[in-house]
Design a protein around this ligand. Structure first.
Ligand code: PEP
Length: 260
């Protein structure tokens, strides 16, 4: 089995932040990260597309990777309003969220489309952050594991490697609500995802990062980030506050001592 992956804390700004506010927030995060120095944690922020290129250039000298929140599955052509993965890469973007539940709900995106978008991202050499998660009624009906199993199988392409793919388990009912599953419930779903990834991708499946997302904040991150098979967090609301986001980054567990 591979060693524990370095955690990733990714901020999803969603449709928030006009130019001056976004640049101010990114500056605050970058400055706050400086003293955090060598702590092994990867950091990404996914601003709205209008800020991606400028932030990509602005943060190029820092450890922060700029991500996108969505992309087209297609390469180019007559697709008004769409942006290809290659255009994102060209603008300085390093990773791209696909299959976020808000896109699945607002735009009817299904696993086949999410898989195609993930393949488009991987083809550029960027990292795909692939989101899966059950609705509240699915959880209440005891269908969580079945839903997550099906979404994982359908949304994750065969090309996935531990170096190019991240899974984000985001219970839909926990997003933006202040509600979270218990630590045991998070551990159960992450354990299942890990087993499924290992079955399908062998060594890579053991090391693909599995983020938890859904109302992660400065108060609950410490405990959530220590649940087995939680390799970081996808953070929405709390990523809009530099102090809260930096606290979540600082709360990442230290790596195991070699040989222990
Ligand atoms: C998200 O939208 O990916 C998310 C996790 O949002 P929040 O942290 O606000 O629940």
């Amino acid at each position: 089995m591979a060693g524990t992956p370095i955690p990733l804390i990714a901020g999803n700004w969603k449709m928030n932040m006009v130019h001056s506010k976004g640049m101010g927030l990114a500056t605050g995060i970058a400055e706050g990260l400086d003293p955090i120095g060598m702590i092994p944690v990867d950091v990404a922020i996914c601003p709205p597309l209008t800020l991606a290129a400028e932030l990509g250039a602005f943060l190029a000298a820092t450890r922060i990777v700029v991500g996108a929140q969505d992309c087209s599955p297609l390469e180019e052509g007559a697709h008004t309003g769409d942006v290809s993965a290659n255009m994102l890469k060209n603008a300085g973007v390093g990773c791209c969220i696909v299959g976020h539940s808000e896109r699945r709900a607002d735009h009817g995106e299904d696993d086949i489309l999410v898989n195609a978008k993930a393949r488009a991202v991987l083809a550029t050499g960027m990292t795909a952050i692939i989101c899966i998660g059950e609705t509240e009624s699915q959880r209440d009906a005891g269908e969580t594991i079945d839903v997550v199993t099906k979404q994982l199988a359908g949304s994750v392409p065969d090309e996935a490697l531990n170096t190019n793919t991240v899974i984000a388990y985001e219970p839909v009912w926990a997003i933006g609500t202040g509600k979270t599953p218990t630590l045991e419930e998070i551990g159960e779903v992450h354990g299942k995802i890990r087993a499924l990834l290992y079955d399908r991708f062998d060594y890579d499946g053991a090391a693909i990062r599995i983020l938890y997302g859904g109302s992660v904040n400065a108060d609950n991150a410490h405990d959530i980030l220590r649940v087995e098979n939680v390799n970081g967090a996808l953070v929405g609301g709390a990523s809009l506050d530099s102090e809260a986001f930096l606290k979540i980054i600082r709360d990442c567990p230290a790596p195991p001592i070699p040989g222990s």
